[in-house]
Write a protein that binds this ligand. Structure first.
Ligand SMILES: NC(=O)c1ccc[n+]([C@@H]2O[C@H](COP(=O)([O-])OP(=O)(O)OC[C@H]3O[C@@H](n4cnc5c(N)ncnc54)[C@H](O)[C@@H]3O)[C@@H](O)[C@H]2O)c1
Length: 363
């Protein structure tokens, strides 16, 4: 049996505890939270689990093999490092850390100790994203031209992270998993409409060496919830609507072709192709359950998680780059590709005080 302890039982922690409790070969051994009322709920739901307000108790317990951290992002580095130093395998919530530097230190600490480090990028474990990855990797889409995502709704306003860190993080993870290509540059604009709060709306463009372009529109200030991604390829195109109860993914056999025929030089040399639409059957398994089983498999068989520490660091790198660009009013930020590349993202400045600038002539 693998004994797991969870730190943080706020909004997301209960989902982790519920799923770990159902994974075969796992004992949901203990939960730590600063709030005793939340621990009382744990005790009612899982009478066999130990509860404590001191996370250190979980780290000191030699029977606990792995720790899952589901606390605010600002605490991930300290809690994660403490867990690794105590010899525990680590499940860390997204985004793994506030900075690339912190994420890299956790990756090194896990590697030194031969411990598994998984970053919870839940979307990667959904039936929809896994199916899209299969389609893209098989080459059915042809050359991928673009990825266009809208991820908006009303709230939940966060106090400590921007909408990029809260919502675009999902697109950065999905893009990494689907394409296996890291962008070379990022340009983003965004705003905080309420002085003293993090940016609540952002438009991010990611540029890739292959010619692919990605755009993410993320917002906590939309009247309706939208979770839609379009992926256009030279052969086929995908529409992924995560709010669809079934048929979340639709693959359209549509595209365009251009002819080089000199005889047709005077014509517009574009042909449009419209074929069938396919809505593939997707796995209905809960992503966190799939991910929990994968974590345990990685611990038992010393495998590398699909969303390992390096994956998590690449995502944090894009959050840093997009945040720096947004605070530079859309300036292009080049993303580091190797240790010798000096075009690094500037560290984001914490400036949540701008608010909406007054419109000239309007009182
Ligand atoms: N994978 C996903 O799709 C997903 C979804 C939502 C949130 N998250 C992530 O989960 C993490 C937590 O988010 P949330 O919305 O649940 O936050 P939350 O504020 O609702 O809950 C955090 C909990 O951690 C507890 N906590 C804080 N410091 C602690 C400490 N030192 N020891 C013990 N407990 C401590 C708090 O008391 C609180 O109950 C964040 O990193 C967030 O990004 C991931």
């Amino acid at each position: 049996m693998i004994n797991i302890g969870v730190i943080g039982y706020g909004y997301w922690g209960p989902n982790l505890v519920r799923n770990f409790a159902e994974v075969e070969g796992v004992t949901m051994a203990a939960v730590a939270d600063l709030d005793q009322k939340k621990l009382d709920v744990v005790k009612r739901r899982y009478p066999a689990a130990r509860v404590t307000t001191r996370f250190q108790e979980l780290l000191e317990d030699p029977s606990i093999d792995a720790i899952a951290v589901a606390t605010p992002v600002s605490t991930h580095f300290d809690l994660g490092m403490a867990a690794l130093k105590a010899g525990k395998h680590l499940w860390l919530e997204k985004p793994m850390t506030e900075t690339v530097e912190q994420g890299s230190q956790l990756v090194a600490a896990a590697r030194e100790r031969n411990l598994v480090l998984l970053v919870d990028h839940t979307f990667v474990y959904t039936g929809a994203v896994r199916r899209m990855a299969e389609v893209i990797k098989k080459g059915d889409l042809g050359q991928v031209y673009y990825y266009d995502s809208v991820r908006v709704n009303l709230g939940l306003f966060q106090r400590d992270v921007t909408v990029i860190s809260d919502l675009a993080v999902h697109d950065f993870a999905i893009l990494d998993y689907l394409l296996g290509e890291h962008p070379v540059a990022v340009s983003a604009s965004g705003i905080n409409h309420f002085p003293g709060t993090p940016e609540n709306l952002a438009f991010i463009t990611l540029f890739y060496e292959s010619g692919m372009i990605a755009h993410c529109n993320v917002s906590w200030l939309a009247p309706v919830k939208v979770r839609q991604i379009l992926i256009g390829g030279s052969k086929q195109m995908i529409v992924y609507d995560d709010l669809e109860p079934s048929e979340k993914v639709k693959i359209y056999d549509k595209g365009v072709s251009f002819t080089d025929d000199p005889a047709k030089i005077q014509e517009l040399r574009v042909g449009y192709r419209t074929g069938d639409m396919l809505a593939p059957k997707l796995s209905g398994a809960e992503a966190l359950r799939v991910e929990g089983e994968h974590f345990v498999d990685c611990i038992r068989n010393r495998k590398r998680p699909e969303t390992d520490g390096e994956f998590g660091v690449r995502v944090v790198e894009l959050i840093e780059a997009a945040t720096a660009s947004m605070r530079g009013r859309g300036e292009t930020v080049y993303v580091r590709r190797d240790a010798n590349d000096r075009r690094q993202a500037r560290a984001p400045r914490r400036r949540y005080d701008r608010g909406v600038p007054p419109v000239a002539g309007v009182k």
